[in-house]
Each structure stands twice: as structure tokens, then as C-alpha cells.
Design a binder for this molecule. Structure first.
Ligand code: TXA
Ligand code: MG
Length: 332
């Protein structure tokens, strides 16, 4: 039996399997088995009213999970699946409340990682999977991150190497009159509009997209301000503030960690620095982000200073994750 076949058997038996996707690693359970899905919430320490994304082997499975599927869903699926786009659609009646958190909608996507697709095709059903981290922590982008986060709580971890995209999928709500991006990701609003040709709702740049639903429950758990967070306090600062803070910290014998776009200036040479030079390309920055935050978090520094990226559309998803990392940092 191959490892993927074993993983599919475990899913059929109601167990949890972690698997790589192109975005981040997922913690999977059989989406049609409520008691298996309940194990995800227990393993993550995630509140039960936070809905899960159901991963599908291909777009033809949409009809098993959603109703009143708009043409735009099929157009976007044809353009971007397999890929980092989650569609929120009206749920089919059979979809368990454990998956949807009791909402009238369901999140669906076909992931692009070959191992994820192999697993989904072998399992031949929907796999409910949030990111494979403890609730509120940084999402895992390697199999090692998953075992560090969840250890014995997961029956099997499929190792597909580091994730290509590195941040979670774009979430697009197609369940209401105007499509709305609930979480920015590698697929941008422009990418979507180019395919659908219709307008789209987007939060203003520089704000986080906190979108409570009518009952006051966050529709997207990633929309909680305190999310994706390291335990070391993290601050978003300017390039000048980075230098001022590092200089001040060195003077008092404190160690601060830095993620900045330039290497440290020559005048700081010889000092004990924990400094990462970030990539200036937003896709590469996103690819490296969570692994870098984990590494900086593990240095034992008293603070992580991150140089604020440009407030441009191309940096939207990265800025979104950094703001949440800052808001949730320093809590454990
Ligand atoms: O890239 C990804 O989307 C990764 C990989 C594993 O596919 N998954 C992921 O799952 O990020 P998770 O649970 O960490 O984040 C999914 C977000 C949650 O914040 C959840 O609230 C939101 O999707 N979501 C799921 N179903 C929803 C629904 N019906 N309405 C609104 N938001 C929903
Ligand atoms: Mg998550």
C-alpha cells in the first residue's frame, strides 16, 4: 500500500491526516463524517463555530456540496483550479454543520499540490481541512512545522516539501449579490475580475478585513485580528524605526530580531544581530514568510521588528498576514 492509499484509508476510518497543499499544510478529515471533522477542532483547539474549507478532487464535485452555483464559480474554477482560491457558496442540505459552523454557506477549493490531488482522487470525496496549526498560531509550510504544532494529535503527515505559495488561499464569497474577498491571497481581485468581468468588494488597503456575520461570529477565522501569530511580540515599523530600535536595544543589551528589506548597515557589523533580509518580490516574500516568522520566534529575542512592506495592491495579502501576526503576537 502506498502512503497516499494509507492516508485515504485513515480518512475513511475517521482519522486525521495532515497533507501539503500549494498554500500551507492542511489538517484533513472526511468532510462527510461529522465525528471525524470534530477531531479537527479538538486537535487545533479551534472554536466550533469557525467553518472549514472542503477540499475537492475537481470542480465537478461542486454539485455534491453547493446549491445555486453561479456561472462565476465555474468560470473561476476553470481559470484557477487546481489553485489557491476558495469559493464560498450556498451549502447543499447534506453538508454537516460541523463543517460549516452552522452557516448557510460552505467554503470549497481544489488545491494544486500533486500529493493533495493524489490523496483527494484516491479518497474520491471531500476533505475538510484548516491549516494544520494550533488555533491562532502561524500556519505550517513544511511537514516539520506540522509535527512541531500537532505532534501525536495527527495520525499521519504526508510530506510534500515546502509549500510553493506559503500563505493561505484567497477566499471569495460568491453566496451574495456582490462577490467579496473575505481573505486576500495569491489570487488577486484583479485576477478574479479579469475572469468574471463583474465588480468585487474589497477592504480598503491598509485595513484588516474583519467581517462579522449577522450573528456577530467571525465568518473567516483568519479575519480575527489576533491570528497567524508568533509568541514573541511583533511590531511593524519603518526602515528608520528598525535602525533606531536595534541601536537602542543594543545599548541596553537586549536582543531584537529583524525582518527588513536591506541587510544590516555596516556600522552595526560586529554586534550580535538576528537580522533577516526579506525578499523584495511579494510572491517570494509570501513563500518565505511563515518559516521566517517561526525562525525569528525561536531565537529568544525580546521583540520581532518587521519593516512594513509597501501599501500596494501586490502586497495586500502579505500586509494582511503581517498585521494579524502583529495583533496576535506575544500572547503565549
Ligand atoms: O489555503 C488554505 O485555504 C488552507 C489550505 C489548507 O487549504 N486552509 C486554510 O484553512 O487556510 P483555515 O481553516 O485555516 O482558514 C479557512 C478560512 C477560515 O478562516 C474559515 O473561517 C473560512 O475559511 N471559511 C470556511 N468556510 C467558510 C464559510 N462558509 N464562510 C466564510 N468563511 C469560511
Ligand atoms: Mg488557519
Amino acid at each position: 500500500m502506498t502512503e497516499v492509499q494509507r492516508a485515504a484509508e485513515l480518512l475513511r476510518a475517521g482519522e486525521l491526516v495532515a497533507f501539503p497543499t500549494e498554500t500551507v499544510y492542511g489538517l484533513g478529515a472526511d468532510a462527510s463524517n461529522p465525528s471525524a471533522v470534530a477531531k479537527i477542532f479538538a486537535a487545533k483547539g479551534r472554536p466550533a463555530d469557525h467553518p472549514l474549507i472542503v477540499h475537492l478532487p475537481e470542480a465537478s464535485h461542486l454539485v455534491h456540496w453547493a446549491v445555486e452555483i453561479p456561472d462565476a464559480a465555474y468560470q473561476l474554477a476553470a481559470a484557477f483550479w487546481p489553485g489557491p482560491l476558495t469559493l464560498i457558496l450556498k451549502r447543499a442540505v447534506a453538508v454537516s454543520d460541523t463543517v460549516t459552523g452552522g452557516q448557510e454557506t460552505v467554503g470549497l477549493r481544489v488545491p494544486a499540490h500533486p500529493l493533495a490531488l493524489d490523496l483527494l482522487r484516491t479518497f474520491n470525496g471531500g476533505i475538510a481541512a484548516p491549516s494544520a496549526n494550533r488555533f491562532g498560531h502561524i500556519s505550517p509550510t513544511t511537514a516539520r512545522h506540522v509535527s512541531d504544532e500537532l505532534g501525536e494529535r495527527v495520525s499521519l503527515i504526508l510530506d510534500g516539501g515546502p509549500c510553493a505559495v506559503g500563505i493561505e488561499s484567497t477566499i471569495l464569497d460568491l453566496s451574495r449579490a456582490t462577490p467579496e474577498i473575505l481573505r486576500p491571497g495569491a489570487i488577486s481581485a484583479d485576477d478574479i475580475v479579469r475572469v468574471t468581468g463583474t465588480g468585487i468588494k474589497l477592504a480598503p488597503l491598509g485595513t484588516t478585513t474583519d467581517i462579522p456575520d449577522t450573528a456577530g461570529v467571525p465568518r473567516v477565522s483568519g479575519s480575527l485580528a489576533a491570528h497567524y501569530a508568533p509568541s514573541t511580540p511583533l511590531q511593524l515599523v519603518s526602515a528608520t524605526e528598525v535602525l533606531d530600535c536595534v541601536t537602542a536595544a543594543l545599548a541596553t543589551g537586549q536582543r531584537v530580531a529583524v525582518l527588513a528589506f536591506a541587510p544590516p548597515p555596516a556600522r552595526l557589523a560586529g554586534n550580535p544581530l538576528c537580522w533577516r533580509a526579506a525578499d523584495t518580490d511579494p510572491a517570494t516574500y509570501a513563500h518565505d514568510l511563515y518559516a521566517t516568522l517561526r525562525e525569528l520566534d525561536a531565537t529568544g529575542c525580546v521583540r520581532i521588528l518587521v519593516q512594513r512592506p509597501p501599501q500596494d495592491e501586490v502586497w495586500r495579502a502579505v500586509n494582511d498576514r503581517l498585521q494579524r501576526a502583529a495583533a496576535g503576537s506575544g500572547q503565549s
